[in-house]
Design a protein around this ligand. Sequence first.
Ligand SMILES: Cc1cc2nc3c(=O)[nH]c(=O)nc-3n(C[C@H](O)[C@H](O)[C@H](O)COP(=O)(O)O)c2cc1C
Ligand SMILES: Nc1ncnc2c1ncn2[C@@H]1O[C@H](COP(=O)(O)OP(=O)(O)OP(=O)(O)O)[C@@H](O)[C@H]1O
Length: 278
Amino acid sequence: MEIVRLTHPLKESLSPKESHVMAVGFFDGVHLGHQDLIKQAKRIADQENRTLTAMTFDPHPDEVIKEETDRKYLTPLPAKAERLARFGCEKLFVVSFDKAFASLPPADFINDYVISLNTKNVVVGFDFTFGYKAKGDTEYLQKKSLKKPFNVTVIPKKTYDKEKISSTLLKSVIREGHVHLVPYYLGKHYEVIGHINTLRSRGKTIKVDPIGRYLLPKPGLYQVQVKDGKRTLQGLFRLFPSIEEESEITVNGLIDPHVNKISIQFTNEISSTAMISG
Ligand SMILES: Cc1cc2nc3c(=O)[nH]c(=O)nc-3n(C[C@H](O)[C@H](O)[C@H](O)COP(=O)(O)O)c2cc1C
Ligand SMILES: Nc1ncnc2c1ncn2[C@@H]1O[C@H](COP(=O)(O)OP(=O)(O)OP(=O)(O)O)[C@@H](O)[C@H]1O
């Protein structure tokens, strides 16, 4: 998938010649609600024979607007891009979210980042907001589209157990260590991609450096699946408050010391911090 970085004000040269269908949102995690949205966008793109694109922002708006520092992500940008590609996105616009962009009125966002980018159909969820002070909503977008050369498709709320599936809810489930519940929201186990920091016991014990600001479950002992690109090994992740220090994974096989990246999937929680030191 092609990734196109956009900074405000937009350079005309970055505008695609071909028309496209664009899914818009932050999409942290690419959970089941996001997946409904992207699948619907793909259906439209296929019907209209257009490219499927997505637009996201970097960093998260709250890092700029609320000056939130050290925000954690379910999918740091490379993992999000990979997941969006897996659902059929062919191009990802990543808009650098800065103060100048945040101050853009909703009408200007529509002109500069929807119409100028040659978007023919914008696909968003029922609670999508945009523009200065988040004043633009789906109703405004739909009203504006009536006089402009693009259509809007709004996706209804996807719920689990009567609650809206959201990145915020998923983050609290993971933070609390309830990793076995994650597939109900995400459609798969929670995954963290990391570089191998240290291998001990001839490759059976691994220390990992997550690639990006991944959210990690609370300290405890977790059942994990470790993939090194070739094999999937079962393991136990002893997660201490500081991942840089004691936290390590013991696997029931040997990790290839030459692999660059490994994937850790959290399948189940076994115990909380109090019990892991022994
Ligand atoms: C041009 C633009 C300006 C924005 N300005 C603000 C803002 O001033 N305050 C705010 O809280 N969010 C602002 N946002 C963030 C949106 O409210 C929203 O979080 C973002 O469009 C992602 O949509 P999603 O949260 O539904 O995924 C802005 C978004 C865009 C596209
Ligand atoms: N459960 C859902 N059902 C349908 N659409 C959704 C759902 N969750 C998010 N969307 C849509 O997906 C896009 C991206 O949303 P966003 O990244 O804000 O997700 P979120 O899960 O609501 O995040 P957060 O919890 O941080 O607010 C938006 O257009 C939004 O309306």
